[in-house]
Each structure stands twice: as C-alpha cells, then as structure tokens.
Ligand binder design. Structure first.
Ligand SMILES: [Zn+2]
Ligand SMILES: [Zn+2]
Length: 632
C-alpha cells in the first residue's frame, strides 16, 4: 500500500504498523523511533497504518518523545505500586514539563519518601520484564467493569464522550488515551523525586490523594545531569539565600507580604535605578497613582464585578474603597487629566506600582507567590495605527533589560478568544501587528490560539534561567476595553474626538518575583552592579584600620557599596566570610598596601590575589559596575 513520508508517496507492505514503517523507511533510526504522528494525532508503534496516511516519526530526541516516555513511566510506577500496595487506587498520571506524576489513593496507608526505593526497585524489575503496552478500545460499559473498584477512573469514564481506550501492561490495566512507548523495557533511567498532597481534580472539597513526582530520561547521563540541576536549584533556593544573605523576610504577622531587609533593599534599588534610566531613555514618563481608590472607579474598570475575590477592600467615610490590584485605572485617570492631541501619542506612563492581590495561603511561596508586589508597569496610549511600531519599541526595552541578565526568552502570541469584544477585523489587524513586531525585532514566536484576553491579543515573554526553568515575566497586552469604558479620547488631525488604544506592559512583571528569579539564577552571587555589598575591605590588623577607612571613603565617593570588616576574627575567617556573603570584590590591606597606597584584591570565586594601586582598583570596579559585568 501507499503512504506519504517526508512529502513523498512510499510503498509499504499491507497492514504495516509503526515498527514495520520505521524499519522500511528509517532503518538506521528504527531503535530511536518510539511513536508516530498523522496530522495532529500521535499513535503507538503497534497501530496499523492506513492507506495514504502522511506519517512523521517521533524520535527519542524530540520533545514529544520525552513526554511520552515520562507519561509511560507514570504507568510503570503505578504497576509497581499496585504490586506492592494492592489497595492503591489511581487518579491522574500525566507527563509534566520535567517529568511526570501520579495521584494515588493509598487508603488507610500513608506513603513516605522512604518507600521510594522499594517502588523504584519494582519498577526496575518490570522494566527488565519488558512487558508491552497494549491498547484496547472498549465501550463505557466494559471500561466500568474493569474499574469497578476505582471511583476516580469511574468518574473519568463518565466524562469521556468519544472512544474509551485501555492500556494493558502485563497484569496491570489503566484507563488512558495514550500514546506510550512500545514496552516497559524502554524505561530505564528514572527517579522518584517527591510527594505532595493533591485534591482529586484540584478541588478542595474532594479527597486528598498522594501525588508522587518522578522523572524519566532516555540515558543515564541525562538523568544524572538533571538530578544535578535539581540539587543546584535546592542550593539556590531564594528563600534560603534570602535569609542567608539578608535580602528579605516574611513575618507571621503578614503572610505573603514580604519585608525587604537592608541588603535586599540595596539590590532592589539598584535594579529600580537601572529601570528608571532605561525608561527615561526610551521616552517614558513616570507617574505614581494611589494605593486605595473608591469603589466607583473599580466599578467603571470592571474589577469590582470580575476581580473582587482577589481584592482587599475597606471603608472610608462609610464608602467602599479597594486597594489596587492593578495600576491601569490610575493611569487612565492620569491620561484623562489633560486633553491630548494625536501628535502627543504614544504617551507612555510608567509606574512602579505596589499592588495587592489575594492569594490562597497554601499557594504562597517566598517571593515567587506573594500578596503584595511591585509591578514595573507602563500604560501607553496610542493611535490605532501605532500598534506595531510601539510594540516594537517596547520589545527593544525588553531585549535590553533581559540581555543585561543574560536571560534568553521565547514569545507566545495569544489570539482572539471565543468571548471577545471588538470586530474580527480589529483582532486580525492587531494580531498581525503583534506578530510583525516580533518578526521585525528578530524574534520567533509561537501562537496560543484563543488565549487572548476578551479585550485584545497579547504577547507573553517566557524567560529561561541558568537552571533550565522557564519564567513568564514580561507581557504586552493590547486593550480597547478600558479606554472605552473610561471615555478616553484624543483630538485627531481633523479636530475630532477619537478613542485611543491602550498597551499595558511589564518587563520584570513583579519586581519581587524577578528578584527571586535572579537570586536563584545567580545562586546569590550577583553581578557587581546589583550586589548589595560590592566590596569587602579587610585590614590585616588594626595597624591598617586608618588606611582601610581611607580606601572606604575613596570607593564610596565613586558610588561603590563597601563594608569594612575590622572585627577581631582571623584574616582567613574574615576572607571566608566575604565569600559566604558572595561579595564580588574582597580587598586585603596590609602594611605593604598601606605604604604604597595600593590594594590586594580577590574576585568572588577565584583564588588569585592581585595587587594594584587604589586608583587602578577604583577604575576597575567602576568598570565592572558600569558595564554590568559579573565581576570583571
Ligand atoms: Zn497512559
Ligand atoms: Zn494595566
């Protein structure tokens, strides 16, 4: 029979399945092919191909193969658990970004991480048995018979409208739509990682199940390097570093409301000073709008009706007020404070706005998930013909800022959702403008179909850190709703009133969260320009104390943040202490340095000690700050 492969018709034997197709078409890769696609659908290798189907193989190097492997590993784990804990009932077991999980009901028994070794050993045994994953298509009645003892799967079966499929691996059967690797022998390099409680279907009214997280890789080396990254992430946890380096704290008196400590404040201010410079240079004006505004305003903006559950409210003189969860309405009042001509647009109002949003206490996590944070917001009012050029201008700012931190990113364009305002024509035009801005700025983007807000399309910027994680930070959101609701206008060239468009955008997103991200990204060893203390000054003995003060004054005079450590501890101890605090430069001052007006410096993480004149050192550390280098 004929099928299509790499755009060309190919002859293949009658009733060939994926294995036969792989052997015929890519004999050199046949062991690396684990599934295949026809259009958007992915199939197991055992499925028989149909006449004229166009097939694409999935190789172990593809991202999709990683998902299939990990999802298959969740089945393998379930089978092992069932052998060891026959009473276990299974809920959901999907692949996730870096691995998989399965939600399990262990009945009266409770599992700990100490049980992992036994489960892993059983998984290894089943892997050796190399049992095939066999798909069976059944009707609901038959499926319910198989899962008669499992209320979770029964509930899932109720919700399936089209075909139901079961997968058998030896004595174990699971409800699943597939696909999977051909057999358990493909799964060799896995590790169970952690446990968490998870309500069935994420609903706190339901029973809490035990979620077991794990990860699975094609090679031993990949697994080992992933586990190494996990160790590094643990060591770089910003909550731990935040405490060790004196950056921030959270008190029981205010869960989710971070305090910035002196070192954290130095870091935050360095970041914000830079942010202000960038925005001034790029034509923004900075404004500040009130933290609390009256209910009428939030009703006009729509927040009172749609966002109320996340807002903190209070009463002033018997009237309802809300603490702002967003800066937009305030910025609009600023815009409306004047009459604007078409020639003034774009008008870019930047605001470092401290917003409050309610988050469930269980969701709070260091600086990553808080209830109060600073948005590095901007609201730009534009004419409809300025969408593309202004989005490009915003992207230049994003590029500049993210490059400074060495963070690469990818862009996602979210398009018209089912529920929307504005004409199809408006959406088509704006989506095209956003896409064109990406292309012209030299950035690829992917599309998230139908995920825009009801009032306009948006671009999301997903940053990648040094430990392989992705963080959504920047967004550019086009909005035709708020300008309309608030009756904003500008005077066009014919003297007529026209409605402007509004672009909401953030670069850092939440400044607090961004600080959490870079703290982990750098492992607390910040580049000189944002390091809270940039230079530690250590006199060898009290005989150099006076010279230490002279060096301190000289560095502070050029804006360097220094600290003298003239405590009674031994020099070695004080040098180690500077390293523990990850201070970029440590100066050691002895008689020789004092007499020749020089310093001996050491860069964080390096062994080498270098002697230069004080003037030379001042130049060097200033350069490190100005060029935003990671030390030198
Ligand atoms: Zn499955
Ligand atoms: Zn906004």
């Amino acid at each position: 029979m004929k099928i299509i492969y790499q755009g060309k018709p190919r002859e293949i034997e009658e009733n060939a399945n994926g294995f036969v197709a792989a052997k015929t078409l890519e004999p050199e890769n046949k062991n690396k092919i684990i599934a295949y696609k026809v259009g958007e659908k992915t199939f197991d290798m055992r499925r028989v191909l149909l006449e004229n189907e166009e097939i694409v193989f999935i190789h172990t190097s593809d991202k999709e193969a990683f998902e299939i492997l990990n999802h298959s590993t969740s089945h393998l784990m379930a089978q092992a658990i069932k052998r060891l804990h026959p009473q276990a009932k299974f809920g959901y077991g999907p692949a996730i970004e870096e691995g998989f999980y399965y939600d399990v009901d262990f009945g009266d028994e409770s599992l700990t991480e100490n049980d992992f070794a036994a489960i892993e050993a059983e998984m290894a045994r089943i892997s050796k048995e190399n049992v095939p994953f066999i798909r069976k298509d059944v009707d609901a009645k038959e499926a319910k018979k198989v899962f008669v003892d499992n209320p979770y799967k029964l509930e899932l079966i109720e919700g399936i409208e089209d075909n139901i499929s079961l997968y058998e691996q030896g004595e174990f059967v699971d409800l699943c739509r597939g696909p999977h690797v051909p057999s358990t022998g493909f799964i060799k390099n896995f590790k169970l990682l952690s446990l968490a409680g998870a309500y069935w279907r994420g609903d706190s009214k339901n029973k809490q199940l035990t979620r077991i997280y794990g990860t699975s890789w094609w090679s031993k080396e990949e697994l080992a390097s992933y586990l190494e990254i996990l160790e590094k992430r643990k060591a770089n946890d910003h909550r731990k570093l935040g405490r060790d380096l004196g950056l921030f704290m959270i008190s029981d008196y205010g869960p989710g409301f971070p305090f910035f400590l002196p070192n954290g404040m130095l870091l935050k201010n360095a970041l914000l000073d830079y942010w202000r410079k960038v925005h001034l240079r790029n034509g923004y004006v900075q404004v500040e709008t009130p933290t609390m505004l009256s209910r009428d305003l939030w009703e006009t903006s729509g927040h009172w009706d749609h966002y109320r559950d996340n807002m903190y409210t209070t009463k002033i003189d018997e009237k309802d007020f809300a603490i702002k969860p967003m800066n937009c309405p305030g910025a609009i009042l600023v815009y409306k404070n004047d009459i604007h001509s078409y020639r003034e647009l774009p008008l870019r109002f930047a605001e470092l706005g401290h917003v409050h949003r309610h988050e469930a206490s269980g969701a709070l996590n260091g600086l990553f998930r808080v209830r109060a944070f600073t948005q590095d917001d901007a609201h730009t009012f534009i004419r409809p013909d300025q969408v593309e050029s202004e989005v490009k201008a915003i992207m230049r700012v994003m590029d500049e800022v993210y490059n400074v931190f060495g963070l690469s990113y990818r862009i996602v364009l979210s398009t018209m959702p089912e529920d929307h305002i504005g004409s199809e024509e408006f959406w088509k035009r704006s989506e095209a403008a956003l896409a064109q801005a990406c292309i012209d700025s030299g950035h690829e983007y992917s599309i998230n179909e139908g995920d825009g807000a009801f009032y306009g399309p948006k671009l999301d910027f997903k940053l990648k850190d040094s430990m392989g994680r992705t963080w959504q930070c920047g967004t550019i959101q086009l909005d035709v709703n708020l300008p309309h609701r608030f009756g904003c206008f500008y005077i066009d060239e014919n003297g007529e009133k026209k409605e402007p468009y509004l672009l909401h955008r953030v670069v850092f997103g939440s400044v607090e969260r961004f600080i959490g991200i870079i703290t982990e990204n750098y492992g607390g060893a910040f580049p000189t320009w944002i390091a809270p203390i940039q230079c530690a000054i250590l006199p060898v003995s009290s005989a150099q104390n006076e010279y230490a003060k002279e060096v301190y004054d000289s560095l502070v005079s050029v804006g360097i943040r220094c600290k003298i450590d003239d405590s009674n501890e031994k020099l070695g101890y004080r040098m180690r202490n500077a390293q523990v605090n990850k201070i970029p430069f440590t100066l050691v001052l002895g008689d020789k340095e004092r007499d020749s007006k020089s310093v001996t410096y050491r860069v964080f993480g390096e062994k080498e000690q270098i002697s230069v004149s004080l003037e030379e050192f001042k130049k060097l550390i200033t350069k490190s700050v100005e060029e935003k280098l990671r030390y030198l």
